[in-house]
Design a protein around this ligand. Structure first.
Ligand code: PRX
Length: 646
């Protein structure tokens, strides 16, 4: 997929040299003024999407992120609520944290980290449930210039170990246990196991584990390493000067799955990311002072970073942090929380909407939801049926629904309907399932597989032709992988990995990933990761994993497994392998369907033809396409006959 040189497009040659955005319609320097700089930048974007790829924004500016999210609101608004925390169990008390209180807590946490030896530039791994301390810890890192790497609390010890090792963290912040849907998650135990795995390899860089007490469970304790957060924080001051940071200093690393190999560390930097998170939070949600804003994501994902923590707090919003799940203690939980805290803006994922839609209207109608003004969707394509239900039932037909398309790599929303300039209205006609239009300052193109730009109504591959401030800067410690993954398919463009259709009105419809990345309930997973988890079981000889359409999850995991000679294929073995993959990666990777495959369809050069496996998993056996190039076409017949998705 190389883009041919085409001078008629103009941009190819033009794009070879780094240039600033003076020619674009948005003045990013002006946008950057929405945040407080210690030293104002004089340059906006300076970037090249050609190798060597380099991306910089506001490079001569200096700032501190925690100052922007907390301190600058204090003179006038100290007593406004920054965080509302709603616990997993509705019988437990919720919390309201003002900006004044947030300031004290963030300063304390920053001092605890300093006392434990964390220095500017150090990587700190967070493995926390959805508790206020997660927000404190993230902001505390930014206060002292440490780089956080938040690992979703649903990931296994193996997954944490890999992430700690990749970024060489010296400190881990966790909790004794997490609570979700009434179930306890043994977070500290998982950290202990991860550190053991690392020690066994001689790769344990962690000197301290800071433990927040959430459930009070009895946990194993290593006194040279483990410290209780509540004990340490009682001993430090609540004043910690914010560290001046350069705009391009690293802010955080967030691991995400790609189509090959292990998850990559997406690196975001300080100035551009914050400007973009704040800018998009305002443009898309039209946030007005005093409103209660609720994004149901987890801080372990980019949505939690940009739209629970950084965007809302930079904009002095009241942001709700929810520990629980939509179905506990019952399927009215979301709507109950909306009434309880008078939520105005609600931002969730299609998978949750589909699951709740299945429960009918009654659990929704039990609550008034009168406070709602706007509904948002994120994480995966939203099917028109779910969109319409969301709009008609949850929003009573009066709230606009914005479908926001973006990625871990983009830092913030790139395509979505936006509020009007005065923040009061949305486009009258919003199409169910369309992400609609790019935000001001975002320039997408749709290309065919040859790299030709498709104009007008068209379907193809989604690329972005110019940088924006929230764009990732590199893969942590692997710039070559960054260039290879995003900038080699089509020279001069950022390749998103998504397919896209643009309709005659110019609205964009995201059709889903075109690479080997799965989107399971809005969670991103690489097929290669799941396959390597399977083959780490000694009984498995080969594994091939594909996605298939799933009513609730959007996509489910379908695995074709070849066992080693002499191993008997049984239902018990399927259950064990399912459990094994959960253990290696985490519950989000639980395979839905396992099919025994005596052989896999391979080309003569040994490459697995996933196209065929996808069609079988989708039960579209009429359209398997040409199988004559396979080394052994007869394997297909067996797979079709024994498919599990009939
Ligand atoms: O395929 C797209 C899908 O989620 C991918 C990005 O996943 P992740 O980095 O985990 O970030 C998720 C939250 C931003 C994209 O490549 N995706 C995300 N939002 C949408 C979407 N697909 C369709 N419509 C969306 N609104």
């Amino acid at each position: 997929m190389k883009r041919p040189i085409d001078n008629s497009i103009g941009l190819f040659l033009f794009g070879q040299t780094p240039y600033t955005l003076s020619m674009s319609k948005i003045d990013w320097l002006e946008v950057s003024e929405r945040i407080d700089w210690l030293k104002k930048p004089t340059v906006a974007g300076d970037y090249s999407f050609h190798k060597p790829v380099s991306i910089q924004w506001f490079a001569d500016g200096e700032l501190n992120v925690s100052y922007n999210c907390v301190d600058r609101h204090l003179p006038q608004h100290a007593n406004e609520v920054a965080l509302i925390w709603e616990p997993d169990n509705p019988a437990e008390a919720s919390k309201k944290i003002t900006y004044a209180e947030l300031s004290i807590q963030v300063n304390r946490f920053a001092n605890v980290l300093k006392k434990q030896g964390v220095k500017k530039g150090d990587r700190v791994t967070l493995y926390l449930p959805m508790i206020v301390e997660a927000v404190y810890a993230m902001l505390a890192c930014t206060r002292i210039g440490a780089v956080h790497s938040v690992v979703f609390a649903g990931f296994s010890a193996d997954s944490i170990a890999n992430r700690i090792e990749d970024c060489d963290s010296n400190i881990v912040i966790t909790a004794d246990e997490g609570l979700r849907g009434g179930k306890k998650i043994e977070l500290k135990k998982n950290i202990d196991e991860a550190l053991e795995l690392l020690s066994a390899k001689g790769k344990n860089s962690v000197s301290k584990v800071v433990v927040v007490k959430r459930t009070g469970a009895d946990i194993a304790w290593t006194s040279q390493v483990d410290v209780w957060y509540h004990e340490e924080s009682a001993q430090v001051s609540d004043v910690c000067a914010p560290e001046p940071m350069k705009a391009e200093d690293p802010l955080f690393i967030l691991y995400t799955s790609g189509s090959t190999g292990k998850p990559k560390g997406v690196l975001h930097t300080t100035g551009g990311y914050l400007v973009y998170a704040a800018y998009t939070h305002e443009k898309v949600f039209g946030y007005r002072a005093g409103e209660v804003y609720w994004c149901t994501a987890d801080v372990g994902w980019i949505t939690g970073h940009s739209y629970i923590v950084y965007g809302p707090l930079a904009n002095r919003a009241t942001t709700l942090v929810f520990e629980g799940i939509p179905s506990y203690p019952d399927v009215s939980r979301f709507w109950q929380v909306i009434d309880k805290h008078q939520v105005n803006i609600f931002y969730t994922a299609p998978t949750a909407i589909r699951a709740l839609m299945r429960e009918g209207e009654e659990p929704v109608k039990k609550f008034s939801r009168k406070s709602l003004r706007l509904l948002g969707s994120v994480g995966e394509p939203i099917n028109p049926e779910a969109w319409s239900w969301y709009q008609r039932v949850v929003g009573d037909g009066r709230c606009p629904v914005v479908d926001t398309w973006w990625q871990t790599e983009t830092g913030g929303i790139l395509i979505s309907a936006c509020a009007s300039e005065d923040g009061t209205t949305y486009p009258e006609v919003l199409k169910p399932g369309a992400a609609t239009r790019p935000l001001a300052g975002i320039y997408p193109e749709i290309l065919d597989t040859e790299g030709k730009i498709l104009t007008g109504a068209a379907e193809g591959l989604l690329v972005i032709k110019e940088s924006w401030p929230g764009q990732m800067r590199t893969v942590y410690r692997d710039h070559a992988r960054f260039e290879e993954t995003y900038f080699s398919a089509f020279a001069g463009y950022y390749f998103t990995g998504d397919g896209c259709r643009r309709d005659a009105d110019g609205d964009y419809w995201i059709t889903g990933r075109v690479d080997d990345v799965l989107n399971i309930s809005g969670h991103r997973l690489g097929t290669a990761e799941v396959e390597s988890a399977f083959v780490s079981d000694a009984r498995v000889s080969e594994a091939a994993v594909v996605g298939y359409p799933h009513d609730i999850k959007g996509q489910g995991i379908y695995a074709y497994i070849t066992l080693k000679n002499g191993v008997t294929p049984t239902e018990e073995l399927k259950a064990e392998l399912r459990q094994h993959v959960r253990h290696v990666i985490g519950p989000i990777a639980t395979p839905d369907i396992i099919q025994w495959a005596p052989g896999l369809p391979k080309t003569r050069s040994g490459k697995i033809m996933r196209r065929i496996l996808r069609k079988i998993a989708e039960n579209q056996i009429e359209s398997l396409g040409d199988t004559s190039t396979l080394a052994d076409p007869s394997v297909v017949k067996d797979l079709v006959e024994n498919r599990s998705n009939k």
